[in-house]
Ligand binder design. Structure first.
Ligand code: SF4
Length: 366
């Protein structure tokens, strides 16, 4: 069974009817449960649960401290290339956007790595657009070879690969995968990805599982919030994480709840996902997956990140830059605008002030 089959079990589920059937008593009972079912999780994502966020927050905080302590893993993204053959309507790097295209040389990768390493960070996430011509697996592997000298953990957020290709990268030193489905609803996915290999919904959906079979240690999944109804998208993201966790015992699974940010194209979010919605999503997921990681990026403002921290967050990016080589060349074109521009010392300071331990390293790839 693949996650696509799991998805199909709920594909025609009557979300609105289910939400209408829920009362305050149902929500209160679910919040107190030790183990939530899939439908319990969905109930906590319902409009009815919005009146119970404080109660959910208390429980989410307790569960997070019990399973993770007061610690936050810090990481930062490195954009290697922005060549892309896809036409994702919501992305500044899409092929139809007239931006300068570039790819870092191995010397430039080393220069970026040195700047990041000087901040003390040990975990990095490398990104490319989707272009097998400009950023083939062999190029990514060469970059990993350079980055290994500076960092203890290297994650990839690149186009979906075949299992054998993931294995090649794991052997080269990659230990984590971040891959957002963007939209779990197949018809909406099809509309927002008008052309390019990314149009293949099923190949993308099953990519995290291929990476698990190839031996990655961590997987981070997510939906880009704003592209479709957030409640069902949050539900399927949680289900995806739970499916992977149950099937691959060795895996450290996380979700990210990224909201759309201003970008180089003209696409506007289909749905406004409010701060309150984001909070509800984080809380519901924490109660459903007490040991699941939650990663919060610099797409969100410093104010919001500081306030979401105690609710269940376990990983945060710091000193981020969404342009290729943007740390060495600040004028380079970004994939999207970041909101929290704090550097690593500022993030560390914030975490200590809130009683949290910043973690720079919790893994060493040998
Ligand atoms: S989201 Fe990724 S695949 Fe889509 S256009 Fe942007 S860089 Fe390319």
């Amino acid at each position: 069974m693949s996650f696509f089959e799991k998805y199909r079990q709920y594909q025609d589920f009557a979300f609105a009817d289910y939400f209408r059937s829920l009362g305050d008593g149902d929500i209160q009972r679910i919040i107190q449960k030790d183990r939530l079912s899939e439908l319990d999780y969905l109930a906590l994502l319902s409009p009815a649960a919005e009146a119970h966020l404080e109660e959910m927050a208390r429980r989410a905080h307790g569960l997070t401290v019990r399973h993770f302590g007061r610690s936050i893993l810090l990481y930062t993204p490195i954009y290697l290339a922005n060549h892309c053959v896809n036409r994702c309507v919501y992305c500044g790097f899409a092929v139809h956007n007239a931006i300068p295209r570039t790819r870092l040389t191995l010397e430039e990768v080393a220069a970026e790595a040195q700047l990041i390493a000087a901040t003390g960070l040990k975990h990095v996430l490398i990104l490319t657009g989707e272009s097998r011509k400009h950023s083939p697996v062999s190029y990514i592997k060469d970059c990993v070879g350079v980055l290994k000298k500076y960092f203890s953990s290297i994650g990839i957020e690149i186009y979906p690969l075949e299992e054998e290709e993931y294995r090649e990268l794991v052997d080269a030193g990659v230990d984590g995968l971040t891959l957002y489905q963007e939209v779990y609803h197949p018809a909406v996915y099809d509309r927002l990805h008008p052309a390019g290999p990314k149009k293949n919904y099923a190949f993308r959906l099953d990519a995290p599982e291929r990476a698990c079979r190839a031996g990655v240690r961590t997987v981070n999944v997510g939906a880009l919030l704003g592209l479709h109804d957030w409640r069902s998208e949050a539900f399927f993201t949680g289900l995806h994480a739970s499916y992977l966790q149950n099937k691959y015992g060795h895996l450290e699974v996380s979700i990210s709840p990224p909201r759309m940010r201003p970008h180089g194209g003209d696409f506007e979010p289909v749905e406004k996902v409010r701060d309150k919605n984001l909070v509800q999503y984080i809380l519901a997921y924490r109660l459903f997956m007490p040991r699941g990681g939650i990663s919060l990026s610099t797409r969100e403002s410093a104010f919001l990140r500081d306030h979401l921290l105690p609710l269940g967050i376990t990983k945060m990016s710091a000193g981020s830059c969404t342009a290729v080589g943007g740390r060495c060349q600040p004028e380079a074109a970004s994939q999207f605008a970041i909101s929290d521009e704090r550097d690593v010392p500022a993030m560390v300071d914030m975490l200590y002030r809130q009683g949290y331990q910043p973690v720079f390293k919790d893994w060493q790839t040998l």
